[in-house]
Design a protein around this ligand. Structure first.
Ligand code: MSP
Length: 610
């Protein structure tokens, strides 16, 4: 069935409001007070041209980043957690740079999909939303996600802003009423083009058939923004990241933008359309505004101008690639229509997959993040997904690989090195540093190596190459281990005299390396970094006030006393390999399903002498 749009009203619209008539910004208080200007006023013009930097033009010291607002049709899975872990790592890095960060996350709670899932669970929609929204907050806590704002699209403050935004767009002549007939994917909450569907009209993302729908809806005049969008992308190609996703967006735009319906007549669970309570606002036209409504305080008088003044435009929208069209095409056009500035960057990351298929609630092939974090702890989960999946690309999960990576990197390269060094320091120097780390490193090439790797980590964090940033930090650990092995301080201590003095200096050098690793890894594995800092004799407050400048060599001072050594990351012992072999030998019905057994090794990493 071909999608059919009654365009008569659209034609009227373009006559009434040809493209170059953008609204002047003030006053916005009533629809009648809008005036139209033939010239582009300065503010919207600025909105069309984004800078290539992630810093906000308006305030370079502020960094506003968002995750998508998650649907509450089901509790979070590892795919939803992935975006949030990445966002939290970026937010923590930006805080280290001294930026005022506003990290926004939240839940998307309206629409048919949510209402259906509430009913299926025997709850009313609002109870259902409270419950599932809370499960997101709980998971974020477990994963050490330090968000600044958690917005719910059912918040009254959000509703007020959506309505005001709708009024602005309407006043700009960009909303009209028409019939629509097409194929709808409820999971995407989107009408689909027949040509993008699989056999039996199946949605390629959710692998479920789309349903034929005919509705009388309000439409947003997206087609009017084709040229301005082309201009935005050609003037600021970094608006869409990674670069290879830009082509995709440009192709959509070039192939012609069709107006899209922004209301639903058949869905009660939503924000009523202003002046027509028989329709509710389409979930995307509602949820995207959460990025702005989140900026307000709960007890404030809510309006768009206040919200915008508190931090808009966002520096970075972090999203999965499946919702790129909404963020890189629909959203900028909506913002232009309302005379608001565009976000600086939209980054579309890849999918976590299982057997090559997107892990998701609709396909039911998810990985349980609560289980994972309880089993392995937040640092391991955060580290694995950031290190293992190149940010932007898809990545497959396997428990074997997970255990191998976190054991090798966190338990061995980092944890063991710290433990061995502190053990030697205790045994030979009463856990006290004999000299300043700057003095200890005089003429030692390791210091330069570390400085270069810190710089590599910083530039990669900045360009959102998070996996490479992790890799650089690990290389610092490798360099520290190589130094330890090459110098063999345990031997030098045995020789006594000048050799023992040199060995004591070596330990200071390695501990300084550990301190730098702790700072540089803190965006990804904050708990682990805090543990390292504590063992180096620093207080929690000292850790909490670190900045990226603390990656500079030289903060460990003579006389500083180290804390009692204990493993900062406990090695995970996998029994699965043996168990799986046993399982294979058992009759089918006695086999336990799926899960590998994991034993957390309680033995401390020992201070070895080689
Ligand atoms: N509610 C909309 C977003 C509105 S934003 C104003 C939505 N919600 S969602 O819960 O379906 O998805 C939220 C995010 O999770 C999306 O960025 C999506 O790409 C991401 N992921 C969902 N499954 C994923 C994987 N398997 N892997 C990685 N990310 C995935 O879309």
């Amino acid at each position: 069935m071909a999608a059919r749009l009654n365009t008569s009203l659209q034609n009227t619209l373009s006559l009434l409001n040809p493209f170059n008539t953008l609204l002047t910004k003030k006053p916005f208080s009533s629809r009648n007070s809008f005036r139209f200007s033939k010239k582009l006023p300065s503010s919207p013009r600025r909105a069309l041209y984004c800078t290539s930097s992630l810093e906000s033009h308006e305030n370079p010291d502020t960094f506003v980043l968002t995750t998508p607002l998650y649907y509450v049709n089901a509790p979070p899975h590892m795919g939803s957690a992935y975006t949030t872990i990445a966002a939290d790592s970026i937010a923590r890095f930006q805080r280290l740079l001294g930026k005022k960060v506003i990290f926004i996350t939240g839940t998307d709670e309206h629409g048919e999909k949510i209402a259906t899932s509430a009913a299926a669970n025997g709850r009313n929609p609002s109870e259902h939303c409270d419950l599932i929204s809370q499960s997101y907050r709980t998971l974020w806590k477990e994963l050490d996600i330090a968000y600044d704002k958690f917005v719910r699209t059912t918040d009254p403050k959000h509703e007020a802003i959506v309505k005001e935004f709708y009024d602005r767009v309407f006043a700009n002549g960009d909303i009209y009423r028409a019939d629509y007939e097409g194929l709808y994917c409820v999971n995407c909450e989107e009408y689909k083009d027949e040509k993008e569907l699989l056999e039996n009209n199946c949605c390629p993302v959710h692998q479920m058939p789309c349903v034929a729908r005919k509705e009388d809806n309000y439409f947003f005049a997206l087609s009017k923004y084709q040229k301005p969008l082309e201009e935005v992308l050609s003037q600021n190609p970094r608006f869409v990241q990674p670069a290879y996703r830009l082509n995709e967006v440009q192709t959509w735009i070039k192939s012609g933008l069709r107006d899209f319906s922004i209301s639903r007549a058949l869905v009660d669970w939503g924000i009523p359309v202003p002046n027509d309570d028989k329709q509710t606002i389409y979930v995307w036209f509602d949820a995207l505004l959460g990025y702005i409504s989140a900026l307000t305080e709960d007890n404030e008088q809510q309006n768009l101008d206040t919200a915008v003044s508190l931090g808009w435009p966002a520096s970075l929208h972090l999203i999965g690639k499946d919702i790129l069209r909404f963020h890189a095409v629909y959203w900028p056009a909506m913002l232009m229509s309302a005379g608001l500035n565009l976000p600086k960057m939209v980054f579309g990351h890849g999918f976590l997959t299982k057997d090559g298929m997107k892990m998701g609630k609709s396909l039911g092939n998810t990985l349980e993040p609560f289980e994972l974090v309880q089993k392995f702890g937040p640092d391991a989960v955060r580290y694995f997904f950031i290190r293992e999946v190149e940010f932007g690309n898809d990545g497959d999960y396997s428990e074997d690989r997970f255990i191998k990576i976190v054991n090798a990197h966190l338990a061995n390269t980092i944890g063991n090195l710290l433990n061995r060094t502190l053990g030697l320091l205790k045994k030979n120097c009463e856990s006290t540093l004999v000299v300043d780390s700057t003095v200890a490193a005089e003429g030692v090439p390791l210091k330069d190596t570390v400085e270069k790797l810190v710089e590599k980590a910083r530039t990669n964090y900045e360009s959102l190459s998070l996996s490479t940033a992790c890799e650089a930090v690990l290389e610092i650990g490798n360099a520290g281990n190589a130094y330890m092995d090459q110098r063999a301080p345990w031997m030098l201590f045995k020789q006594g005299g000048v050799s023992a003095e040199a060995a004591a200096k070596d330990l200071v050098i390695i501990l300084e390396v550990m301190r730098i690793i702790a700072v540089a890894l803190s965006p990804i594995a904050p708990c682990l970094s805090l543990k390292i800092y504590s063992q180096l004799g620093f207080s929690n407050d000292q850790f909490n006030s670190i900045t990226w400048d603390d990656t500079k060599w030289g903060e460990l001072k003579e006389g500083q006393v180290m804390a009692q050594a204990s493993p900062v990351f406990v090695r995970i012992e996998l029994e699965a390999a043996e168990k799986d072999e046993e399982e294979k030998k058992k009759p089918k019905d006695s086999k336990k399903k799926g899960k590998a057994k994991v034993k957390v090794e309680q033995q401390p990493q020992t201070v070895t002498e080689a």
